[in-house]
Write a protein that binds this ligand. Sequence first.
Ligand SMILES: [Ca+2]
Ligand SMILES: [Ca+2]
Length: 452
Amino acid sequence: MFASAGFVITLLCFCLLHPAFGQDCPTKQEIQGSLKQIQKLLSAHEASYLQSLRNLKKKINLLQNSAGKQSAKAVNSTCPKLDPLTNGRKLGKSHSISHEVHFLCDPGYELVGSESRVCQETLTWSGQQPLCRDINECASSPCLNGGTCVDEVNQFSCVCAKGWAGATCQSPVPTFFVTMTNTSAATSPATAAAAAAATLPAATTGPFVRPSRCSIVQGTTHCTCEPGYTISGRDSYTCTDIDECELFHNGQAGRLCLHTCVNTPGGYRCSCPAGYNVTRDGRSCKDIDECATRQNNCTKDHMCVNTYGGFQCVHVDCPKIPHATYVKTSPMRCERNPCPVDNKACSQAPNSFSYHYLAVVSNLSAPRVMFRVSALRPMGDTLRFSLLGGRQARRHFTVQRSDRLTGQLMLVSPVQGPATLEAEVEMSELEKRVQLGRYITKITMFVSQYDF
Ligand SMILES: [Ca+2]
Ligand SMILES: [Ca+2]
């Protein structure tokens, strides 16, 4: 539009300066018409230009306004700090406008007040500051049959009226249970068991029971038992003693007790037969040494021999053999009196008898050396060792030489106790095949009933 207007103006000026153009130049009316058109164009253009300027100004004002507001907000745009929640926690850390924080209570507590709060344009929080209140588990009166409810954090317990038991006092108490709870408060479980057993007929001493401890988590009741007890099949509120003796009868780790297992309320104990004490680890049995602890009744002319599970009072009498007499040279040894000259029967009788007592456990593994006989000062050139005694001795024993001067009594097969075995080892001394002397060692072996 500007280009066409410029052309008309230029053409007009050219005609005015060069009259030679004469009749080719537009008429005065035509020029006036053109000028009017140009004027119109310019006016329209001016109006549009002014409108653009006004729009621009408006936009600048708007920008200025919003920039001013932003800087005002930046001075203080957060809500005040919120108090921490006792027995609960606050979720959300931003305290800026339009941000939210949420509140959550610990298990066992309920929220009173606003669950969430928003930081408002006015820089204040919406809603009320909440608090966590302990849930009163007793509110629903869960204890039955006159029981008193005791509210605890996240759980409750019932103090039952006499004759009732269970987490909610729902079970009538058997007679023996009353006996047990009365005694167990002040005494050990073992004593309680003994008391219960003592006051009851054997048929009713059955499984020991105790109330369980229950808590309600998200509407579900969970009950637990003291150690040694488990929730019984009857209901989920009664704890029954675990019979460890029955449960671990043939455990992988071996027998629970080496002798007898005694089930007790909440546990178990091992017991031993007479003559034994329970070992420090509580599992095994240890022989009582009656000879060392004066728990024996052996008289003065007897000797006390401690055995596994008991003791023996032994007395040595020298043997009576024709043509020879013996005298006791020590409590365990008899020696032959000197023989008359040319009394062959006497000189061929054993020179001495020695007595030895061994205590062993039942089922001792075999073969095994039980005893050794040695010559201290051999007189001849040869020593011979042999086993005397009947068939019983030969069934269990044999005699071997272990070196030139020593013979040994061997156990060849395990012996099941209780039993007493006897064996005699003869040692002969020879010089050029002529017997110089015979020495008898009598060994008595006390085999216990048990293998511990
Ligand atoms: Ca038990
Ligand atoms: Ca003993």
